[in-house]
Design a protein around this ligand. Structure first.
Ligand SMILES: [Mn+2]
Length: 368
């Protein structure tokens, strides 16, 4: 295989493009700015062949969370899953269930690659050992390399959309990741807009999932699929309203968060909110305790469900994530973060998770 100048094997990207051009596509994208921007790039390139776009159920990482009824109803021949971070074996399973449809995955999360099936094209340079998360700071960065996307972007100019994914995924950490930072700056510069405008657009795009509003995510993909400048996002009424509401929810959540218990090196918190404030509150708490692992139970009373979140600035949580998945829990995450949904407001799962962290992160043998 010949690698192109970005390190993705050219043959793999060609396979991907051939598959995407072979029929009608249903796009399932992660609900955050990177997922939205990746879907928008495919929408630009494939336009009339896109039979539908919808995110998985927000906050849930599993095949069951995919919008199955919409997928079946769309009559699509190809399912494109973007930026969703499931382990490779799940995509083997998906390709098996989805058959005779084909499945294509574009991702940059650290995961075991799939065993592979004839109807599966899996493009994840991190999982395939072609570099780390810093070399591949977003799914958008990969999607922007697809020949058809390049072609569509040549006519309308969308390097700022490619930058949205990087800025969205790295957030405030962007400045501490020099390679990702310069990649984002190059893309933004190419577009003629400012990093500040792109950052503001990301805030608006990320407000849909904070309100647990999947339809709003679709609206954002469609908007970004047509937008010619960041201003088109910044001036959008629906996203403006969502952002206002999300900002209020985040502020209230930070005021309401309360400490539950601790173990050596582990701080456990609780917060109640009907918005998906989990990652925002969790990041703030992790920054407050940079030496520890922070665990947060976020309960959404109106929805009768919640989310458990763990993050650390210092300690890798990947072994815990692997163990949770091995136990059949639909957890998602990266090296230093993990999250999964719960349907009970219950301390027991928090104590179990704390014990697991003690064992797998700190190497403590815990009894009782
Ligand atoms: Mn991503």
């Amino acid at each position: 295989m010949v690698a192109d100048n970005t390190g993705v094997p050219g043959a793999l990207v060609e396979d991907l493009w051939r598959l995407l051009s072979s029929g009608r596509i249903f796009i399932v994208s992660h609900w955050d700015a990177d997922g939205i921007a990746s879907a928008a790039l495919l929408l630009r390139a494939l336009r009339a062949r896109v039979a539908g776009v919808y995110p998985p159920s927000i906050g849930v990482y599993s095949l069951e969370a995919l919008p199955w009824r919409r997928i079946s109803g769309s009559g699509a021949d190809v399912l494109a899953v973007l930026d969703y971070g499931l382990p490779g074996s799940e995509y083997d399973n998906l390709a098996e269930i989805a058959s005779p449809r084909s499945v294509t995955v574009i991702d940059h999360h650290l995961a075991e690659p799939p065993r592979g099936r004839s109807n599966l094209v899996y493009v994840n340079p991190v999982a395939l050992g072609l570099g780390g998360e810093e070399d591949w700071p977003s799914t958008t960065f990969i999607a922007y390399r697809i020949p058809g996307v390049r072609e569509a972007c040549r006519r309308r100019g969308c390097s700022w959309i490619a930058a949205v994914g990087i800025v969205g995924d790295l957030g405030p950490a962007l400045e501490h990741r020099p390679r990702a930072h310069s990649a984002a700056l190059r893309l933004v510069e190419e577009s003629g807009y400012s990093l500040r405008d792109v950052t503001r657009a990301v805030e608006l795009l990320d407000s849909c999932y904070r309100l647990l509003d999947e339809d709003c995510v679709v609206h954002a993909v469609e908007l970004l699929g047509w937008a010619t400048r960041p201003g088109d996002v910044l001036e959008d009424r629906r996203l403006q309203r969502a952002a206002e509401e999300a900002a209020k929810a985040l502020k209230t959540a930070m005021e309401r968060v309360r400490f539950l218990f601790q173990r050596p090196g582990i701080m456990v918190y609780y917060v109640e909110s009907n918005a998906y404030v989990t990652s925002y509150v969790g990041r703030r708490l992790a920054a407050r305790h940079p030496e520890s692992v922070v665990v947060l139970l976020h309960w959404a009373p109106d929805r009768g469900r919640g989310f458990v979140y763990a993050r650390s600035m210092k300690h890798r949580l990947a072994p815990v994530l692997q163990e949770l998945r091995r136990r059949g829990i639909p957890a998602g995450g990266k090296d230093y973060v993990l999250a999964f949904p719960v349907d009970k407001r219950d301390d027991k799962i928090l104590r179990e998770l704390a014990t697991l962290i003690e064992r797998l992160v700190f190497g403590r043998i815990v009894t009782g």
